[in-house]
Design a protein around this ligand. Sequence first.
Ligand SMILES: Nc1ncnc2c1ncn2[C@@H]1O[C@H](COP(=O)(O)OP(=O)(O)OP(=O)(O)O)[C@@H](O)[C@H]1O
Ligand SMILES: O=C(O)[C@H](O)COP(=O)(O)O
Ligand SMILES: [Mg+2]
Length: 393
Amino acid sequence: MNKKTIKDLSLQGKKVFCRVDFNVPMKDGEVTDDTRIRAALPTIAYLSEQGAKVILASHLGRPKGQAVEELRLDPVAKRLSDLIGKEVVKTDAVYGTEVEEAIDQLADGDLLLIENVRFEAGEEKNDAALAEAFASMADLYVNDAFGAAHRAHASTAGIAEKLPSAAGFLMEKEISVLGKALENPDRPFTAIIGGAKVKDKIGVIENLLDKVDNLIVGGGLAYTFVKAQGHEIGKSLLEEDKIDLAKEFMKKAEEKGVNFVLPEDVVVADDFSEDANTKVVPISEIPADWEALDIGPKTREIYSNIVSESKLIIWNGPMGVFELNVFANGTKAVAEALASTDGYTVIGGGDSAAAVEKFDLADKMDHVSTGGGASLEFMEGKVLPGVAALTDK
Ligand SMILES: Nc1ncnc2c1ncn2[C@@H]1O[C@H](COP(=O)(O)OP(=O)(O)OP(=O)(O)O)[C@@H](O)[C@H]1O
Ligand SMILES: O=C(O)[C@H](O)COP(=O)(O)O
Ligand SMILES: [Mg+2]
């Protein structure tokens, strides 16, 4: 990486605006998986130990430019404080007088977390005035939010152009590990893509088709393809205006000789809940009023076999609604196959990492990336704006 890192900065007594990705899974006001918080600890601890006044910033969820009570960062501040063993001051504002006063109170080494940056509409627009408001809080900028590095937002890109800026340890590690795996990939090279962000992730498939031998699609992402194959998908997740694109990708896969793999059977439910009625059906027989919420047993076996024969596997996005135990078997089977293969395994994505953690298999993986969309875009060969904006070495 030709970018400055925090080791290149002199930090003593400096105010440092540090962007992290604390976009963690939450339930009932509690952090349910703190992987991303723990992953940022080395950078935060280093900044503090070096005597910086640390101003942390993150997004949480997609509040679309307004304050949403459930998406406040207070539970995150609390968990960070528990993990790092130090007080974390939390402001209710993203910038302005309250934040300025809190910064004035900081001693060297102290930690402050500002409110969810996406409460401000200017964040996602990379608004210059918001970037300036962030820059004016600090002397230096550190970006450790690898998971958000594919977004050109005010706190990930705009601010970096206004302050001396550098990558944190997590950012540096992610880029180095993922870069190494992809430089000259061992084959067969398999990508498994799932999850629910269909709009975001469907485009990724096109570039991956130039790189992989097997492309496995599962989770909510699969059903736009299943529909494009000509099957009825009932109430399953569908991105109607991407059906043509899905057809195009399947054709491209065939032309390139990429093995494009979709579910052959699924677990359908009559309700999105733990106590719904469920049954396993072949992919061509999803009932009109039912929704496919997991891959079926035959599909689990097919996917697991491909994984065990692969030398490099990247996995992003769960195979089903694994948060509910009745729909967790597909994700669990794929996680177990990855855990036991000899191939090099890379897991990407907030929820995918949480799944691997839930099944207690995280330490069996070669690299659990904190980036979902970010790791995918990096693996596609795209330049990440959050990295590009940092100061060159
Ligand atoms: N068949 C399905 N129908 C609806 N939702 C699904 C289905 N399969 C998986 N999901 C949901 O997808 C969500 C995760 O998708 P997502 O794309 O956010 O993956 P991720 O690993 O968190 O990546 P990122 O970090 O980019 O968000 C989970 O909450 C899961 O319940
Ligand atoms: O969870 C993620 O992938 C990152 O935190 C980015 O979130 P976003 O997809 O809402 O930009
Ligand atoms: Mg997610």
